[in-house]
Design a protein around this ligand. Structure first.
Ligand code: SF4
Length: 231
């Protein structure tokens, strides 16, 4: 396939890491200009505990849907201790719109209990510790570490980042978040991991949409092998 950059034509045959790396950095530069306001998260939170719980609730749910239930949830249970002692049925009724509410109820109550009992009520700052909480995957832990603490131990791969990454040809592992993350960790310098998730996530939500990518409006169409405008 042929990818046009501003200054040259790059022939991409299979995986060419050095050219892919240059292309990835150019894409991030362009998206940073296009989305200067792109947030690190679309979830509402006011402290690390709220972010951790909101991220668990966001599995297979929209951020907007989670944001609708968390004000009531955190109004009633503002800290790990109170959520750890919560009545499960009450919690389930509050978070029901997020889906899988029985499972998520047990996840967040047990996570709150562990935060309170094992970590003195504070959220740990390591991937190793975070993934011991029920309902916390690598993606969830990456979100908490990057959004709350500004720490990059990996690359966040959500549904938008997964889709756009595959369309951009940076991974062939469609819908396999762990493998896509490994490809991105290999491709990108570590100081770009947080920006990649923030900017590619924004691009997926606003332009490279799931149902119909808006290639004619896309600022990186000349760098994308999946562009409908490509030769
Ligand atoms: S050119 Fe199209 S497929 Fe490629 S990133 Fe842009 S919107 Fe997505």
């Amino acid at each position: 396939m042929v990818i046009r950059t501003d200054s040259e034509l790059i022939q991409v045959k299979g995986v060419n890491m050095s050219e892919d790396k240059k292309r990835a950095l150019e894409i991030l530069r362009k998206l940073d200009k296009a989305y200067p306001d792109a947030p690190k998260t679309y979830l509402m939170f006011s402290n690390p505990f709220e972010m951790t719980i909101a991220t668990i609730l966001s599995a297979r749910a929209t951020d907007a849907g989670v944001n609708k239930v968390t004000p009531e949830l955190f109004g009633k249970y503002p800290d790990p201790k109170s959520l750890a002692k919560a009545n499960a049925e009450d919690v389930a009724m509050i978070i029901k719109p997020c889906g899988a509410y029985n499972r998520k109820t047990s996840y967040i109550i047990e996570t709150a209990r562990m935060i309170d009992a094992d970590f003195g009520g504070t959220i740990p700052k390591t991937m190793e510790a975070l993934v011991t909480f029920p309902g916390v995957s690598r993606k969830t832990a990456n979100v908490v570490l990057q959004v709350v603490f500004g720490l990059a131990e990996g690359v966040i791969v959500d549904t938008h980042i997964m889709r756009v990454t595959v369309r951009l040809g940076f991974s062939k592992h469609d819908k396999k978040a762990d493998k896509i993350e490994k490809d991105l960790i290999t491709l990108l310098p570590k100081d770009k991991w947080i920006d990649y998730a923030r900017l590619i996530g924004a691009h997926g939500r606003r332009t490279c949409k799931s149902s119909r990518p808006r290639c004619s409006e896309c600022v990186i169409s000349n760098l994308c092998p999946s562009s409908e405008l490509a030769d």
